[in-house]
Write a protein that binds this ligand. Sequence first.
Ligand code: HEM
Length: 470
Amino acid sequence: PTPSTLDLDNIQGDVLSGLPKKTQTYFFFQITDVKLFRSQLTQFVPLVKTTAQVLKDRKTIEDHKKKGDKTLIPMSSVNIAFSHKGFAQMGVDDSTLDDTDFQNGQRADAFNLRDNGTGGQNDFVPDWDPAFMQDIHALIFVSGDSHKSVNKKMQQVKDIFGVGSTKTSIKEVKTIVGDVRPGKEAGHEHFGFLDGISNPSVIGFDKNPQPGPKQIQSGALILGHEGDPNLSSRAPWVVDGSFLAFRYLFQNVLEFDNFLRDNPVPLAGLTPEEGSELLGARLVGRWKSGTPIDLAPFKDDPEISKNPHENNDFRFTAEGQFQKICPFAAHVRKTNPRADLEDPPISASLQKRRITRRGVQFGPEVTKEERKAGKTIEGRGLLFACYQTSIEDGFAFLQKSWANEPTFPPGAAPKIPGLDPLIGQGDRKLIGTDPNNPDVELPMPEFVVSRGGEYFFSPSLKGLRETIAM
Ligand code: HEM
């Protein structure tokens, strides 16, 4: 294909469209018998769902819904991604991926990401789930409508690689099951905020872009396309692939709620409950309904969130360079600063900062026991996953140089916005939560705790078939 056309049969389904899911199982593993694995991979590749197939699945789901049928269609989808250690183990030359963070792996990046742990730059030991302290070579994930469909497909995958038999080529490191939250919380992350609203719209793929941030070139997401900063040097097999950053993020929901309760925004006319709700909205930049506070500053208007023509159409310009309406450090302002940096147009230097998020929740709903104790007892959070053409320019940059960086966005100077209140790691405080006293600093406990992750590359179908499988 020419660099501007997208071969939807060659790009894995999760990258551009997101695998349809009510539940998703992540299976992290090591490759123990390279020769056997690469030959078994030939049988596995036909199971990998492509973007074209996902679009078909989505149409099937839409048609089914239109008929008024509320049942879910049994469905499952498989994708695969490899770490640099995985490519090294197989002897696959991944040098044209050319990304230092990917090359070193996430464990080596944990210090710079400011994850919890002990030691300094050179002897850092992150406080991670032991599984992620081991080498992870690859990740297979299966999404679907139900545990039944996903488990069935997962079994089929395991059978191909001989898991449980003497002829296996892989060793499981960890399995994590993620589930969309139940009932009306579906689509909301564990703090209660609607998620998955703002992802970059891609030229040549999204034919009906909604009002919002300018579309990005496909090369800002898919390797080997217009807008890929390393376009000329990519080996053919990496074209149509994308980097996948995975993070195992635990959320302290009770502690988050306590913090909101204890620090209501003292705005005239608001009850303490409304003040707490407003604080939550100001930390995220959106109300729990998903409505951006830039459009509904002091009172939620849930209708905005339901309207795709409106719910992403804001640029933090309503108030110029102030934070009466939205704190500079609010999660969505830190991770996509829109007009705070440049808008329009989005230049090459900025579109490489856009990431496409595909996460899912894990862990149970808050229990009665936890409510009573007022603290987190069960593990729950977000299986964060995002795609980009470079880990260094994408996820890692957003986490290190934006979320963790108190002086970002720079337009706030001489004010210091502080850390992203959800994911910022370091000296956790921010300003701008009180619209009438925007310089007042608010220290925050940790709401999101990273317990591991890895950087992966999601190859094209051709890459899988012709270069990785043997
Ligand atoms: C948007 C929650 C982790 C980057 C959002 C939104 C919510 C949210 C509620 C608004 C909904 C939307 O626009 O789709 C969370 C939670 C996290 C988390 C609870 C951790 C448990 C991360 C991480 C990153 C990130 C680790 C990257 C370093 C983004 C981006 C957006 C976003 C880029 C879209 C901003 C925009 O375009 O307006 N997140 N997030 N998030 N988040 Fe997160």
